[in-house]
Design a protein around this ligand. Sequence first.
Ligand SMILES: Cc1cc2nc3c(=O)[nH]c(=O)nc-3n(C[C@H](O)[C@H](O)[C@H](O)COP(=O)(O)OP(=O)(O)OC[C@H]3O[C@@H](n4cnc5c(N)ncnc54)[C@H](O)[C@@H]3O)c2cc1C
Length: 383
Amino acid sequence: MQDNVRVTVVGAGVVGCATALQIQQKLPNATVSIVAAHTSPDTTSNVAAGMVIPPFIPDTTLSSQKQWFRDTFSHFLRLIKDHHAGIYLTNGYQLYNATYNEIPFWTADVFGLRAVTNEELAMFPGCSHGFHFTTLKCEVTTYLAYLMHRLTALGVNIIEKHLCDLFELEGQADVIVLCAGMGSAHLISDPDLCPIRGQVVKVYAPSLHTFVRVGDGITYIYPGAGGMVTLGGIKAAGDGDLRVRDSETRDILARCFTVMPFLKNAIGDSKNDEFALKDERKNFLCNSGCVKTTWGRDHETGWRVGVGLRPFRKQVRLDRLWLRGSQGQRMRLVTCYGHGGGGISLHWGSATEAADRVLDWIQDPEGKGVQDAWPANRIPAKL
Ligand SMILES: Cc1cc2nc3c(=O)[nH]c(=O)nc-3n(C[C@H](O)[C@H](O)[C@H](O)COP(=O)(O)OP(=O)(O)OC[C@H]3O[C@@H](n4cnc5c(N)ncnc54)[C@H](O)[C@@H]3O)c2cc1C
């Protein structure tokens, strides 16, 4: 196959945008486009806290996770000098209580990691040990605007369209790259993709500069741009409900105040959050099953509350596949989805690999030995 191929990336979250950008950079003669039901600020990526601290993904090789994290960390480091990119250095605490003990793989790559002292621990009731370190924070909405700007400058066409079936792209693309997060479950048969519901509260606390994360990120306080601080979190596996839950907002606030008692005094007036909410408390789950995020205002405090579904898979699906149709037709497919709670921290590295799989299709267009996959609604009966 020639390198002037037509490549369509499905999805415009961090994974889709980064993948499209790297494909266009590796294949300048290719015609790359993105098709996405929703673009920023309405993707799951936009609701992410944006901390560059990945969770461990059980069946994805540790070497891949380390590589993707390192590549993403280096990519973000290169961007901190560009204030349009929304990437900042941030420092703070990873804390544990006695019942939770691990040395996460990413500790090898962050800066200045050291054990916390007893004096520091005294500030955080209930925590028995932990680390202090510097990592990066991504303001995802700013970062996605930056990526989209780079994509359009390179001539990548971004089309807002909900696909019911990947075969809608038949005849328009030589290779399809599926980066649709949770939406992938409707486009390819994959029983292993599962939502992990998350809810965050955004408060204005401009004097707070140090992040705190407890255990595997079940409770966190992440200062961000403009004095806004993200409080979390909720991790409900198998829960696909995008409605804001007041009980969870109360629970998040209570847990954060317990871990960091001085947070209460640091919080300012909710009128300082200037984010415009066009569709307050609306459930954005479309009839077609295409997932957006939900933003609402908490009735009691007025703070902004966001809900998103982490696209979790025990093994991130980074594959080169033939997509088979019911009339014997087939399309060349690359998949890159299932990053769960670590899509921001891993996206750039996994996008590099996805772009390499597109190059594999160009070098080996016949794809003998490449495995088959089917759209979710068209799995052959014999399987
Ligand atoms: C509350 C919360 C906090 C988080 N915090 C962090 C964090 O601090 N650090 C971190 O690393 N990660 C975090 N994450 C995880 C991170 O948000 C995800 O891993 C990441 O956003 C996944 O990106 P994506 O591009 O794969 O998917 P998405 O952002 O969901 O993008 C999917 C794209 O596919 C499109 N699409 C879907 N279906 C279709 C269809 N049928 N047709 C056309 N287009 C379609 C969508 O419109 C969208 O454009 C958090 C997640 C949540 C919910």
